[in-house]
Design a protein around this ligand. Structure first.
Ligand code: ADP
Ligand code: MG
Length: 248
């Protein structure tokens, strides 16, 4: 089976500080894969490399077998249409209504008319369980609703791969569970491939086909939740214990 997305020995450093020191990762079509890791370990950097918002210093990144490592920004714009990104903290435009937030990429990347755009926005809001809130501003929404609008926005162009950056950060347990259910639900209903980066253990273990730990610039263990619980590698064990003691 060809990987949906693969990173081979990917290196990334900033000002001489190595963040990723030869990261290897293969994401299978249709799976939900979560990457755990503490703050500052390179989770957001990894997602940004996957959609060309950052460039690796060395190594190879493939999307469906195609080498995208050295694409130009112009070429990336076409490839990026296959991806939907749910940014850390939702990153909605505060001055735009929910309609305009969700419609954003449709207006940027398609020639669709107003009626079609409104119909798509309504369908994406329905998918995340938020019908009829097109006219509201982000400030008029709860944190959980903002996250779900962020998901609806990521779905606008019918992506095949969804990337979630810390989708439950800042949410209470009940809303975190709703987001977990939504991620799982979208995977089964839309048959998308999902990559989730998070430090939220219950989230990763409840939604994922496979979970990995990003530690010192590499994925140290990548396996099913059941096998990780049974036989955690030392770094994974340490992370699991730290998290259960309430560390962020
Ligand atoms: N654009 C950037 N310029 C310089 N340093 C960066 C940049 N993006 C990320 N970093 C650094 O890379 C490291 C990993 O960042 P990040 O991937 O955001 O961590 P996290 O795992 O919390 O998402 C951090 O030390 C961060 O300061
Ligand atoms: Mg981050």
């Amino acid at each position: 089976m060809q990987a949906e997305l693969s990173l081979e020995r990917v290196l990334k450093s900033f000002e001489g500080q190595t963040v990723l020191g030869g990261l290897d990762l293969e994401v299978n079509p249709g799976e939900t894969l979560s990457i755990l890791g503490g703050s500052g370990t390179g989770k957001s950097v990894t997602l940004k490399l996957m959609i060309g918002l950052l460039r690796s210093d060395a190594g190879r990144i493939r999307f469906r077998g195609r080498d995208v490592t050295t694409l130009s920004e112009r070429e990336w714009i076409a490839v990026r249409r296959h991806f939907g990104m749910v940014f850390q903290g939702s990153a909605l435009f505060d001055s735009l209504t929910v309609l305009e937030n969700v419609a954003y990429s449709l207006r940027e990347h398609t020639d669709l008319g107003e009626v079609a755009i409104r119909r798509i926005v309504a369908s994406k809001l329905a998918l995340v369980g938020l019908e009829g809130i097109e006219g509201r501003l982000p400030a008029q929404l709860s944190g959980g609703m903002r996250k779900r609008v962020g998901v609806a926005r990521a779905l606008a162009l019918d992506p095949e791969v969804l990337l979630y950056d810390e989708p439950t950060t800042g949410l209470d347990p009940a809303n975190s569970r709703r987001i977990a259910e939504l991620i799982r639900d979208l995977q089964t209903r839309l048959n998308v491939t999902s990559v989730v980066v998070t430090h939220d253990l219950p989230l990763a273990f409840s939604i994922s086909d496979r979970v990995g730990l990003l530690h010192e610039g590499e994925i140290v263990q990548l396996d099913t939740p059941a096998r990780l619980r049974e036989e955690p590698a030392p770094a994974m064990q340490e992370f699991l214990e730290g998290a259960s003691l309430g560390a962020p």
